[in-house]
Ligand binder design. Structure first.
Ligand code: FAD
Ligand code: NAP
Ligand code: SF4
Length: 678
């Protein structure tokens, strides 16, 4: 059975009459930071062209602003701007003439991050930097005219259409919702008045670009706002947008300010597609769904259920530009799956670090800079340690033609990812391990498991290069009573090797401290694997009752069965080092389960009574049964030192190189770059 037989819905073209989309997977819009970078258009051209060659049916670019009020960054407003965009459209159409590319017009309204930002009313967003300037009638007309001009320039630049974003708390959506639109003129008040701005934008863009140009409108099919849009309003908006001239409705979920996770790894796959499905049944034009659809089988199921006509995958296209071709060719096991960590993509965008990439694929957005070219001089390379660093190194080196032997003391590949995958909400880590298992077979890497490497034996084998990726050793702080039976290192806690009591102190509140708190405070099914559990935990009503689809009251998260204190020495609020776009979800979840967060702790001793500390300088005893230590790590370099002592040339990657602040993003990035050079 070929991939196209296995995924009949994905591989059936969508005919809009004047245009044909060759399959049902599109690359959703993602700001990459290249939009504003030096040489960014050349780099975007390479980035999008690689995805076009990878088989996707349609691409939506990252957002471009129609004017300066709309946001800082790259604007498309005149013919000079349009000339730059030709690099992108020519590259994509040159890569595959059948692939369509649409430009997203992004007007961020009150979230624009400039004191010139505009909105229907001067209502500051919870997450905005400035109170927006309320638009007067002339200002509204100017904004609409700028949308139209941007669409005309997109057409001139050779795009196949535009996507107008009418959701997320951006300008258009703030006209729709009562709490951000306090106007009493024709642009506010009644529902027809609040819809007027969206409909005028669509109507006038359609009039300017003619009938043979795609116009996609992105709508919040649930906005997750207390007092947000009611279902009948959403349906009537979508129907009116259809009548005003849109060809496709793209469904979005949530405003950025809503405290509900919609794309993090704790969100079940395709959780929101059912909402798109209900809307689709009310419309005559095709509907796009999105959010946590990361593998072809998930997309096929969504399409087969009739929940959408097209499936948008944005981050999965960063992780693997060839995803669609691999599905078509029955090579799904070669897909490098997006694990929804946000660490190298959205955390960079929202952290102001601009340039986006991908934790599992550091080539993303670096297509002109990082390439794994065939080596002219194949070498025999031993890679010791099959954690993320060793796996990435071995895969890239072998793919380039080197003969690689990968050695690990453990019975399975993965290193610490085998701990991460046990944390509820981190099940996607299994996919990364599946991908690497397949890469090992595909590239003929000789794998030796259950083998502790030793310097003398490695020397005797005469490898040209030895790469030491032996990772880390967990830090055990020098503390009176650190060998007390109630002290448990995090590895033992996660692997269930030691019993955990009813009262627990977790020493250290970095990523691992939070993960351990999640693991031991959790009971029942993982919300990431069960939509009903996820909905209950976050107070989501997928039927959009009441308005917004959220109850507005505290979600019904069960209190933990244990009493848990999560602690750190720093005086800061806990969780500040967690991911920018996901840290808040962990803080909220643990807080709702009743986990105590204690900062400013000096650890003094552990004994039968518990953990003795000073908190803010005051003595305090935590009468706990178990103290789980999550106090960071130190590099494991014994093998490296032994190799150097024998005069064997060796290099270090990953945690073995530097343990402080090491995460898988840095481990994979560093290892891939080194292996690209060897
Ligand atoms: P490791 O993963 O530690 O791998 C080292 C390997 O070397 C091991 O397999 C070990 O068996 C092997 N080895 C050691 N010595 C020898 C020897 N002498 N001979 C043979 N083999 C040897 N990072 C993120 O970016 N995002 C996350 O969400 C995330 N979650 C995490 C959750 C948990 C619970 C944990 C524990 C870690 C998490 N991390 C996360 C951190 C991430 O897993 C590490 O940064 C990463 O695994 C480091 O990779 P590495 O290859 O350097 O080392
Ligand atoms: P970490 O984030 O560096 O946290 C270590 C914790 O230990 C901190 O709370 C630190 O805070 C404390 N600590 C450090 N030295 C100590 C000492 N001598 N005594 C007592 N406490 C000490 O490291 P980690 O939690 O071990 O995680 C390792 C890596 O994996 C990190 O880079 C992390 O980003 C990554 N990771 C990421 C995720 C994710 O979801 N993105 C999840 C897990 C892990 P104080 O010094 O204030 O006490
Ligand atoms: Fe997906 Fe993480 Fe890569 Fe972003 S960084 S695309 S979330 S795997």
């Amino acid at each position: 059975m070929t991939g196209t037989d296995r995924y009949p819905h994905i591989f059936s073209p969508l005919d809009l009459g004047f245009v044909r989309i060759k399959n049902r997977i599109l690359m959703g819009s993602m700001h990459t930071g290249l939009e504003e970078a030096e040489g960014g258009f050349e780099r975007m051209a390479a980035y999008y062209a690689e995805r076009a060659r990878g088989g996707v049916g349609m691409i939506i670019t990252g957002g471009f602003f129609p004017n300066r009020e709309a946001g800082y960054g790259s604007k498309l407003g005149n013919e000079d701007d349009a000339a730059q965009h030709r690099l992108i459209t020519a590259a994509v159409h040159g890569a595959d003439a059948e692939v369509k590319i649409c430009l997203q017009i992004l007007h961020t309204g009150a979230l624009a991050g400039t004191d010139q930002c505009v909105a229907p009313s001067a209502v500051k967003s919870r997450i905005g930097r400035f109170t927006p300037n309320a638009l007067d009638e002339a200002g509204i007309e100017k904004q609409i005219a700028d949308f139209v001009q941007c669409a005309r320039m997109a057409q001139l630049a050779g795009y196949d259409g535009v996507e107008i974003i009418g959701s997320a708390g951006y300008l258009i959506s703030t006209f729709l919702v009562e709490k951000t639109n306090l106007r009493t003129d024709q642009w506010g008040g009644s529902w027809p008045n609040r819809m007027r701005f969206a409909l005028e934008v669509v109507r006038r863009v359609r009039a300017a670009v003619g009938e043979r140009f795609m116009l996609i409108f992105r709508i919040a099919a649930m906005d997750m706002l207390d007092g947000g849009l009611a279902w009948d309003e959403i349906v009537s908006l979508a129907q009116a947008v259809e009548s005003a001239g849109a060809n496709i409705i793209s469904t979005h979920f949530c405003w950025h300010e809503a405290p509900v996770p919609t794309i993090a790894t704790m969100v079940p796959r395709a959780a929101f597609a059912q909402v798109s499905g209900r809307l689709r049944r009310e419309l005559g034009i095709p509907v796009i769904t999105s959010n946590r659809i990361n593998m072809p089988a998930v997309a096929e199921e969504v399409l087969a259920r009739g929940d959408a006509d097209l499936v948008s995958m944005a981050r999965p296209m960063l992780a693997d530009p060839e995803l669609v071709n691999k599905a078509a060719q029955g090579r799904e096991d070669e897909i490098n799956t997006c694990i929804a960590c946000n660490q190298a993509c959205l955390d960079h965008t929202f952290g102001g670090r601009q340039q986006v990439s991908c934790l599992v694929n550091p080539r993303a957005c670096n297509e002109t800079r990082l390439n794994y070219l065939p080596t002219p001089e194949p070498k025999r390379i031993a890679v010791v340690g099959a954690g993320p660093a060793g796996l990435a190194y071995a895969t890239v080196a072998a793919q380039r033609g080197h003969r690689v032997t990968l050695i690990d003391a453990a019975a399975e590949i993965g290193g610490q990812f085998n701990l991460a995958k046990r944390i509820p909400g981190k099940e996607e880590f299994h996919e990364t391990l599946r991908y690497y298992r397949r890469m090992i077979a595909l590239h003929g890497i000789a794998l030796r498991l259950n083998t502790r490497a030793d310097a003398t034996a490695l020397q005797a084998e005469g490898f040209d290069e030895v790469v030491v990726a032996t990772g880390i050793a967990p830090r055990l702080p020098a503390l009176a009573g650190i060998s007390h039976p109630k002290v448990v290192p995090y590895i033992d806690a996660i692997l269930g090797r030691r019993p955990i009591g009813a009262k627990v102190a977790i020493m250290g509140a970095g990523g691992i401290g939070f993960d351990v708190a999640e693991l031991i405070s959790h009971s029942g099914a993982s919300g990431a694997l069960d939509v009903a559990v996820f909905a209950r935990e976050w107070g989501i009503d997928f039927q959009n009752h009441p308005r917004g689809g959220v109850t507005g009251v505290l979600p019904q998260t069960a209190k933990a069965e244990r009493e848990i204190w999560l602690m750190q020495r720093k005086a800061d609020a806990l969780g500040k080092t967690l991911g920018r776009t996901t840290g808040w979800t962990h803080r909220l979840t643990l807080g709702r389960r009743g986990v105590h967060m204690v900062a400013g702790v000096d650890y003094l001793a552990v004994d039968d009574a518990g953990l003795h500390t000073l908190v803010d300088g005051q003595p305090r005893l935590f009468a706990v049964d178990t103290v789980i230590v999550c106090a960071g790590q130190t590099p494991l370099r014994r093998l490296y030192d032994d190799l150097l002592a024998l005069g064997v040339k060796a290099s270090l990657v990953g945690g073995a190189f530097e343990a402080a602040e090491l995460d898988a993003k840095r481990a994979i990035d560093q290892a891939s770059r080194l292996a690209a050079e060897v």
